[in-house]
Design a protein around this ligand. Sequence first.
Ligand code: OFO
Length: 170
Amino acid sequence: MNKRIEDVLNKQIKAEASSSHHYLAMASWAEVQGYSGVAKFLYRQSDEERQHMLKLVRFINERGGEAIIPPLSSDAISFNSLQEVFEQLFEHEVEVTRSINEVVFICLEEKDYTTHNFMQWYVAEQLEEEALARDILDKLKLIGNDKGGLYLFDRDLENFNTDSVANGGQ
Ligand code: OFO
């Protein structure tokens, strides 16, 4: 496998692993705060990001490269509010979109059309995930500190079906 492609895909593995890990921390925080719907949504998002990572691991290994599973960062992850959780989630998604675009750019530079084709799934997925994150954040901004609004928000996320947004590449 082309070394430059292998390196940039391994960088993408790290980005997906980091998303999964952060969303897990967010889910656990939300659960402790009593936001069970938000927690359910975030646990599922975390699982999906792990699937995105695994899809890359298998792709690299099957094509003769070597996937690198990154170590966990020792940085503490903490949140003070639901709004902060979803601000961080949105920023994460924007960063992941940027890094996917970089992979696609390098695929074209290296004329690796197989990997370019493989990455199109991520491009489409990321478009939806970023839009969803922006939408959720906008809603939270409207709700502000209104307790009734936050209650309904939590209930909405409880029933949110992310399968239409992403199925983790399965
Ligand atoms: Fe992996 O799709 Fe979002 O980050």
